[in-house]
Design a protein around this ligand. Structure first.
Ligand SMILES: [Zn+2]
Length: 201
């Protein structure tokens, strides 16, 4: 199950990007009509099944065709910004601490902030921040976008959008993110590796 607070975060972010009509069409297509004009409260009660969340992602991809990937990426980005707004005080302190850290330290720090926030709202989440040599990656075996899906294609666009925005927030730079492993492809976890800086932002 995915808790209400995270469902709410996804719906608010999707509405920002798709507008109300677009979101409603997606909710209808994914069998989640009950959320039309009726977002769940900001609490940690069970909200939807992970397969329903995966279906929500699939519906955006199929309704928006070639634009779907970009939409999901932007929803992920909006979703991190929502987290920053919701956790204003905490993120303010984190932001000040970040200024004193080297580049790599900032990346590890913000990925751990994401990880802890996710685990706090949903204790079933199995994720970690991995460091090997000079590579830093974020891994999750409970990726809700992938669960119950089988695909050779990249499907975790929303996740990549969130991680990308987290890195931008922490470093003022946009980074390449490579998804090296994917649950939907049969891997044990989804693994997002932080790559080169693409541009300053
Ligand atoms: Zn995934």
């Amino acid at each position: 199950m995915i808790v209400n607070a995270l469902v709410r975060q996804a719906l608010v972010s999707a509405q920002e990007v798709l507008c109300e009509n677009g979101l409603n069409a997606v909710l209808r297509a994914s069998g989640l009509e009950r959320f039309i004009g009726n977002f769940p409260p900001n609490d940690t009660n069970p909200g939807i099944k992970t397969v329903e969340y995966a279906r929500f992602n699939v519906a955006i991809e199929s309704l928006y065709g070639r634009g779907g990937k970009g939409m999901l990426w932007r929803i992920g980005k909006a979703s991190f910004q929502y987290g920053v707004r919701e956790q204003g005080a905490l993120m303010g302190v984190a932001g000040a601490a970040l200024k004193l850290m080297p580049h790599k330290g900032r990346i590890k720090f913000v990925l751990n902030v994401m990880l802890n926030a996710l685990k706090k709202t949903n204790p079933q989440v199995d994720a970690c921040v991995e460091e090997e040599g000079d590579k830093i990656a974020y891994c999750e075996s409970t990726c809700a976008i992938c669960l119950g899906r089988h695909s050779d294609q990249l499907v975790c666009h929303l996740y990549i959008g969130s991680i990308g925005e987290a890195l931008r927030w922490a470093t003022d730079q946009e980074h390449e993110i490579a998804e090296t492993h994917r649950v939907a492809k049969g891997d044990q976890y989804c693994r997002f590796e932080v790559g080169e800086v693409v541009r300053e932002s």
